[in-house]
Design a binder for this molecule. Structure first.
Ligand code: KIV
Ligand code: NA
Length: 272
């Protein structure tokens, strides 16, 4: 009997066995990652990874709904979390509720994720007190690229207090987990010890309560660039390219299709 974890189950994993997570944006990749993961995130990284956008800023609610539905149809083991895209929640709690409710209604996701710390606490409180589980995301928040000025490590030295305050604020506001992106390992360990909700690291620390990676990065399918925190466990882009080259060669040589791929004029007799 398979039981898909709930946000409460994820929260209860604080300090326990590490929580395993990857992103997914399409049905086949969601099927690939479902069994191994505790939750799957349809991240707004979909914009860069699948749509070739230069940042996550061009991602829309419609994109999140469509990819969310494709992934939802594949998941049997993992909990589904969907990112709220840039511009869909920052105006205020009501706007955030409207769009988060749409994601839940149209995809069946168990929770939404949004970026921001202290400044998003009021919105997180509004959602979580009205039946919408929220995963928070602090440290490097890619939707803030234009105000951060780049994808630099966040919270080094004195600046660590700011990220710590963000993590405490989202925890106090009712988030059931928080992603820590691209922060020093000692800060990630300090935050993990300081707050009662699971920390999900990406470019953070093995001491976090869980880890997440962008699936196309770890499969070696997205190869335009590789952040330092990504480990490539596969070579899918190279494997796919080699397969396509072999296909092209065989078409040109008329060795594909082979006899086993073609049809005779007469249907073969059915075996009794
Ligand atoms: O959009 C995304 O893929 C994310 C994860 C990297 C945490 O937010
Ligand atoms: Na994201």
């Amino acid at each position: 009997q398979i039981r898909v974890p709930t946000p409460q189950d994820i929260l209860a994993r604080k300090g326990g066995d590490p929580i395993v997570s990857l992103t997914a944006y399409t049905h086949p990749i969601a099927e690939m990652v479902d069994e191994a993961c505790d939750f799957v995130l349809v991240g707004d990284s979909v914009g860069m990874v699948i749509h070739g956008l230069p940042s996550t800023l061009g991602v829309t609610m419609d994109m999140m709904v469509m990819h969310g539905q494709a992934v939802a149809r594949a998941l049997k083991h993992s909990m589904l979390v969907i990112d709220m895209p840039f511009g869909s929640y920052e105006e205020g709690p009501e706007q955030a509720f409207r769009n988060a409710a749409r994601l839940m209604r149209e995809t069946g996701c168990a929770a939404v994720k949004l970026e921001g710390g202290v400044e998003m606490a009021e919105t997180i409180r509004f959602l979580t007190s009205r039946s919408i589980p929220v995963m928070a995301h602090v440290g490097l928040t890619p939707q803030a690229i234009n105000t951060l000025g780049g994808y630099a490590v966040q919270g080094r030295g004195e600046d660590g207090d700011r990220v710590m305050a963000d993590a405490k604020a989202v925890s106090d506001a009712g988030a059931f987990a928080v992603v820590l992106e691209k922060v020093p390992a000692n800060l990630a360990d300090g935050i993990t010890a300081a707050i009662p909700i699971p920390t999900i690291g990406i470019g953070a620390s093995a001491g976090c309560d869980g880890q997440i990676l962008v699936v196309d990065d770890m499969l070696g399918l997205f190869t335009k660039f590789k952040p330092k925190f990504v480990k490539r466990y596969g070579t899918l882009f190279d494997d796919g390219k080699a397969a396509v080259e072999q296909y092209a060669k065989e078409v040109r040589a008329r060795s594909f299709p082979a006899p086993e791929h073609i049809f005779a004029d007469q249907a073969p007799e059915k075996k009794k």
